[in-house]
Design a protein around this ligand. Sequence first.
Ligand SMILES: CC(C)(COP(=O)(O)OP(=O)(O)OC[C@H]1O[C@@H](n2cnc3c(N)ncnc32)[C@H](O)[C@@H]1OP(=O)(O)O)[C@@H](O)C(=O)NCCC(=O)NCCS
Length: 153
Amino acid sequence: MNSKIRKMKLEDITAIMVIEKELFSSVWEEEMFIEEIEKQYAYILELEGSIIGYICGWKLHDEFNITNIAIVSEFQRKGFGEKLVQFIMTKLLDGKCYKFFLEVRSSNYAAKQLYDKMGFILLRVRNKYYKFPEDDALVMGVNLMDKLIKDKI
Ligand SMILES: CC(C)(COP(=O)(O)OP(=O)(O)OC[C@H]1O[C@@H](n2cnc3c(N)ncnc32)[C@H](O)[C@@H]1OP(=O)(O)O)[C@@H](O)C(=O)NCCC(=O)NCCS
């Protein structure tokens, strides 16, 4: 299968909103994706020319906050989510950014498993942070510099 990661464009937002509505109980507004595109770290995963996923986030100095990641249901569990996280990490490492953070619903088993696999650890819990439905937020992070050093030893 021919997959490609490229920058998100304004004209992708209609297709992205369809995926958002399929996957999330609390859906992002279109304006939020416009902001992400402006912040320069919004990417699309295409398979055979169709959008099947996306990732975005904000960079501040040597820290990067992953704000959204999604893979269309029928293509989940095929390594595409991991591919997107790897892509963004590699891109940011080139820019000397080593620390990655994110928030995830405590009930989101699949996402938590993905982040565990990528080396993220639990930093703190924000009680009842999410609504619709109410849920705790797990704040997770990884310092890739530590991980790279550990992997070398
Ligand atoms: C979370 C999400 C992006 C993962 O994407 P994905 O393409 O299915 O994940 P991958 O196939 O790359 O999985 C990589 C690893 O994550 C873990 N994982 C992913 N989905 C899992 C699941 N349903 N159950 C258990 N582990 C899972 C596994 O460790 C997996 O590695 P393995 O296949 O070698 O066991 C996807 O489930 C999704 O879009 N969910 C809905 C939107 C969402 O919740 N986004 C996250 C918001 S914080």
